[in-house]
Design a protein around this ligand. Structure first.
Ligand SMILES: *Cc1c(COP(=O)(O)O)cnc(C)c1O
Length: 397
């Protein structure tokens, strides 16, 4: 045992030495504009609960009702006897909302990415990722065994070069699959992928496109189903992914696409097959969230969020994107400086997380501010005052 302990001690020490050590903070309240940590209340600018639905009474009621009827546990994987009515209802709601033939729900977004990509690709295939995609997609690409290529963030020229390499010349193996994966809204930078141009490009080269809408679902497009809807390219994206745990306030992940894609994943996605079905309450809450987002109340929440975003932008002079950005990074650079800045904000009872390597690149540590529909005008004003005081008023996209 002592060599095991020694090894762990050394490795933990190495993490601390780089100021990359992380620890859990126990939160003693529900998600919301204010959270309670160690008895203190903090204005919360750190959650992905963009529409303030995680503690919404309508979602909670749907979850409680599902528990009353279906219990707390699903009992088995979906393919054994755990495929409960709330899962099917949630999938039908997702497919209708997204305008696809079918949908499939996974326990988490992480499991969605890993299961889907590793099912779709094999060793001789090629996967091309935007440099800033989420860790779940990077892990999925590695697990698939496909040849991995990275293009510079949102750089269509770089992507085109890689596509040319992938489909031309010596690399051409018959029927080699080429899959491009990107996010529609990037999780740590909040910026947008050029979806219309990406669709043009992948079509030109006969590649497939998978778009992770984790941070866009619920916010963009006439029905708020995501950036693909906003850009009118939903029908041209082979694989639409998203999560149920961000703007939809519940938990889980999903794939929307053709009936064939979903049938294939049910048969081949190992994180779907070999895992207990999501709890019915989560699926029912997600369905309630989709109903809410599609109602006038949902539209109002979204407008409220967008107002808070423009308030922050006008104070910080950061209006740089075509659409409202709920994720506003304040790039600090140095890991220690970022951690210290977050600590100073906490002294003012404002909770903004310092994001460091490996979540972002080394030397690109940042404060990641997220706004939600739950925030009031005064909340955002308080944040702006604090940021001004710390001279952290130059957020970079
Ligand atoms: C959060 C996130 C995931 C993972 O989803 P979980 O449901 O939290 O596991 C995947 N992709 C992106 C871009 C995310 O931000």
């Amino acid at each position: 045992m002592s060599s095991f302990d020694d090894d762990l001690s050394q490795r933990l020490e190495a993490i601390r030495a780089q100021n990359l050590y992380r620890e859990l903070r126990r939160v003693d309240s529900a998600q919301g504009r204010v959270i309670k940590i160690h008895g203190d209340s903090f204005l919360n600018f750190s959650s992905n609960d963009y529409l303030g639905l995680a503690n919404d009474p309508r979602l909670k009621e749907a979850a409680v009702e599902a528990i009353a009827t279906f219990g707390v546990g699903s009992g088995a994987s979906r393919l054994i006897c755990g495929s409960l009515a709330p899962h099917h209802e949630c999938e039908e709601a997702l497919a209708t909302w997204k305008g696809t033939e079918a949908a499939l729900v996974f326990s988490t977004g992480y499991a969605t990415a890993v299961g889907t990509i590793s099912a779709l690709l094999e060793k001789d295939d090629i996967i091309i990722l935007d440099k800033l995609v989420h860790a779940s997609i990077v892990d999925a690409a590695r697990l698939s065994g496909a040849k991995l290529r990275i293009f510079a963030h949102n750089d269509l020229n770089d992507l085109e070069k890689i596509l040319r390499w992938a489909v031309e010349g010596k690399n051409t193996i018959v029927n080699r699959r080429v899959l491009i994966v990107t996010e529609s809204v990037f999780s740590m930078d909040g910026d947008f992928a050029p979806l219309a141009e990406l669709v043009e490009l992948k079509d030109r080269f006969g590649a497939w496109l998978m778009v992770d809408e984790a941070h866009a679902t619920g916010l963009y497009g006439p029905k708020r189903s995501g950036l693909a809807e906003e850009k009118n390219v939903r029908g041209r994206i082979e694989v639409q992914m998203g999560t149920l745990g961000k703007a939809l306030g519940s938990s889980g992940g999903y794939i929307c696409g053709s009936r064939k894609l979903i049938d294939f994943l049910i048969n081949k996605a190992r994180s779907f097959i070999f895992s207990t079905a999501p709890n019915p309450a989560a699926a029912a809450a997600a369905s309630a969230a989709i109903r809410l987002v599609n109602s006038p109340a949902g539209t109002e929440k979204c407008h409220h969020l967008f107002e808070r975003i423009s308030q922050l932008n006008s104070v910080l002079k950061t209006q740089r994107s075509e659409l409202p950005q709920a994720i506003i990074p304040v790039i600090v650079g140095d890991e220690t400086t970022a951690v210290n800045a977050a600590a100073r904000l906490r002294e003012k009872n404002i909770f903004v997380p310092a994001i460091r390597f490996p979540t972002v690149a080394r030397g690109e540590a940042r404060l990641r501010i997220t706004l939600t529909a739950a925030h009031t005008q005064e909340d955002v004003a308080t944040l702006c005052d604090a940021l001004r005081e710390f001279q952290l008023n130059d957020p970079t996209p």
